[in-house]
Each structure stands twice: as structure tokens, then as C-alpha cells.
Design a protein around this ligand. Structure first.
Ligand code: SAM
Length: 346
């Protein structure tokens, strides 16, 4: 599993957990919703306004989840090609969005692999792309998926069915690697101590369940947040290679955008927001500069015009209705009419 060497940065990891009870536009859409899958889309109206769904336009939803954003885009008349690694999300959303017929295609897989999947569908370019990063409330709230430090379940945390589980990681990684993961992806101040305690404990008995790990981390500590919050988030990010997928996907997905097409990304913590912000900035700047140059030069990698100068956050009304939208940040860029860039490395 690729674990990229990110510099530790301060972040608050205020992940909105998407465990909401309603579905955007559920009252005025004509498809029926299963009650077993709970997720409320964040910034749904803003995404819809920025991506401008309309007949004749094709939009990628890279993070289908409960299908809320896809449903709005389909309702606006767009064709939607959606991706998710999670078979449960796909099954739910395929059923919920079936009334849209051939306008909706759902593909199981990582959004980083969307370019190959689109080529297979004979689609060369698209008019919009949405990534609503992280995990869904359904995933977080299903104990068997192993994301929750408050509910007993297997220590799994995989969005899909393949790859290393969180148990594999905590039972095999060296203490230094665990500490790096906890610090880098969780900003965990006790990273080294927690990693050392995990390694000592697993010599007696390997970790199997969420509560075994959560209780070891907590070890009598109390506070406003559960002491295992940061470690669980860090493990989830590492197990699913979330930052690596995002870094790989951004340039490749950008290369799929038709001139005038828009790329919208919703992030929930500062690590992923920084990756998106830096990529969009590097590809939107008209000029680049270097202290050794006499003057700034035109940016040869320029691909986008910024649509949102600063990130868009939830309105007071959405925050009141959905406290878990508090950490959502939406950034949007538009592909230049004449851009010749192909995405490339950030
Ligand atoms: C926050 S939820 C998306 C919710 C969705 N926008 C909605 O309106 O219901 C994120 C979803 O994206 C999926 N996901 C996250 N990273 C992914 C990746 N790299 N490739 C494919 N799916 C991914 C997760 O499995 C999860 O179902």
C-alpha cells in the first residue's frame, strides 16, 4: 500500500460525518429512497449551481455514496457517470437512481481510475467533475465496517472489499510507521506513545476489533473528544490511501475536462484541502515566478480559471440543519477555453 511521505501539518480534522436523515431534494424527486442507507449531501445547492447540469452535458461524480449529488445532477438533465469503491453505496444508488435510465452509469472503482473507465465507455471528455471526499455516514455508522471507535466491529475501515484492513496495518506495521501515520494523517500529539503501546499489546494478542484498539488508546483518558478520534481517522486515511488517490486523480481527471468544464471538490480536513488548493492554484496561476528570473513568466501548465477565489463553506441554514457540514470546503475551477495542458503532475 503506498503511504506517501507527507509532512506533518496542523489540522483539526473536523470531519463532517454525513450521518444525516434526509436526502437532498428527496421531497421533489421521483425516485424512492431506501431507508437503510443514511447520508445527507453537503453543499448540494452550491454544487448544483457551480456544475450547471443540463441536457447534453456529461458529469463525473467520483464519490457516488448515497447518490444525493448525482440525483441533483440527473434531475438537472445531465448524464452522470459515477464511481464508488463501496459496493453497498453502488447497490443503493443504482436502485435509487434507476428511474434515470441510461443517463446514469455507476462504476465500482477508485475515481483515480476514471479516465480508463471513461475510455471504455467511449467518452473522451466531460463537462463537469465532482469529488465529495471521505467516507459516507452510512459507512461510519455501520459497525461491521469498522470505522467507529464507539461501536464494536471488526477493525476493517476499507471503503471497498479489497486491500489491507486496519487490523492488518496495526498488527504488522513497525512502530515508526504507525507513529508517522498517526502524526501525518491524524495530527496526533501522542503518536509515538500510542504506536509503542500498540506494538507491545499486539505481541500478546493481535488486534481484531474496533473497541480493542479504541480502549487501548483511551486507557482512562477523558476529554471533549474521544481520545481515539485522531488515530481512527489516520488509520482510515492510510488504509484507503485517500491522499495518494487524490494526488493521482487530480491531474488525470483534469485532463478529461472539456474547455469550459468545471471541476468541483469538497474536502473535510486540511490535509486533503491543501492538496486540492495547491493543485488548483498551480494550474490556475497566469504567471509563475522564481527568484533567479528577472521577471515572472507565463505559466506553461495553466489549465484553469478559478471559479471560487476562496473555499465555499456551508450556509448558516445548512450548518443549523446539519452540524456535520461544518468542516466542508468546496473549491471549483473551470477549464480554460484554450488550455492545451494535459493535467500532468502537480
Ligand atoms: C462523502 S461520501 C459521498 C456522498 C455523496 N456525494 C452523496 O451525495 O451521497 C464519499 C463516498 O466516496 C467514496 N469514495 C471515497 N474515496 C473514493 C475513491 N478514491 N474512489 C471511489 N470512491 C471513493 C466512499 O466510499 C463514499 O461512498
Amino acid at each position: 500500500m503506498p503511504l506517501l511521505p507527507h509532512r506533518p501539518i496542523r489540522n483539526r480534522f473536523l470531519r463532517a460525518h454525513h450521518d444525516l436523515d434526509s436526502f437532498p431534494a428527496a421531497s421533489d424527486t421521483h425516485f424512492s429512497m431506501s431507508t437503510s442507507f443514511r447520508h445527507e449531501s453537503v453543499l448540494a445547492g452550491e454544487v448544483n449551481d457551480f456544475l450547471r447540469p443540463a441536457p447534453g452535458r456529461t458529469i463525473i461524480d467520483g464519490t457516488l455514496g448515497g447518490g444525493g449529488h448525482s440525483g441533483l445532477l440527473l434531475k438537472g438533465g445531465a448524464r452522470v457517470i459515477a464511481f464508488d469503491r463501496d459496493p453497498e453505496a453502488l447497490a443503493h444508488s443504482r436502485a435509487a437512481l434507476a428511474p434515470y435510465g441510461e443517463s446514469f452509469t455507476a462504476v465500482e472503482g477508485n475515481f483515480a481510475d476514471a479516465p480508463a473507465a471513461l475510455a471504455g465507455l467511449g467518452i473522451g471528455s466531460v463537462d463537469g467533475i465532482l469529488l465529495d471526499l471521505g467516507v459516507s455516514s452510512h459507512q461510519l455508522d455501520t459497525p461491521e465496517r469498522g470505522f467507529s471507535f464507539q461501536r464494536e466491529g471488526p477493525l476493517d475501515m476499507r471503503m471497498g472489499n479489497s486491500g489491507m484492513t486496519a487490523a492488518d496495518l496495526v498488527n504488522t506495521a513497525e512502530a515508526a510507521e504507525l507513529a508517522r501515520i498517526f502524526r501525518t494523517y491524524g495530527d496526533e500529539p501522542r503518536a509515538i506513545q500510542i504506536a509503542a503501546r500498540i506494538v507491545r499489546a499486539r505481541e500478546k494478542k493481535p488486534f481484531e476489533t474496533t473497541l480493542e484498539l479504541a480502549e487501548l488508546i483511551a486507557a482512562g483518558r477523558k476529554g471533549p473528544r474521544h481520545p481515539a478520534t485522531r488515530v481512527f481517522q489516520a488509520l482510515r486515511i492510510a488504509v484507503n490511501d485517500e491522499i495518494g488517490s487524490l494526488e493521482r486523480a487530480l491531474p488525470d481527471l483534469a485532463g478529461l475536462l472539456a474547455p469550459g468544464g468545471r471541476f468541483a471538490v469538497i474536502t473535510f480536513h486540511s490535509l486533503e484541502d491543501r492538496v486540492v488548493k495547491q493543485f488548483f492554484r498551480a494550474r490556475s496561476a497566469a504567471e509563475i515566478d522564481d527568484p533567479t528570473w528577472p521577471a515572472p513568466r507565463p505559466n506553461p501548465d495553466r489549465l484553469f480559471e478559478a471559479v471560487t477565489r476562496r473555499s465555499v463553506t456551508a450556509s448558516p441554514a445548512e450548518l443549523a440543519a446539519n452540524p456535520r457540514s461544518r468542516s466542508a470546503r468546496l473549491r471549483v475551477v473551470e477549464r480554460l477555453p484554450s488550455a492545451s495542458g494535459k493535467g500532468g503532475a502537480a
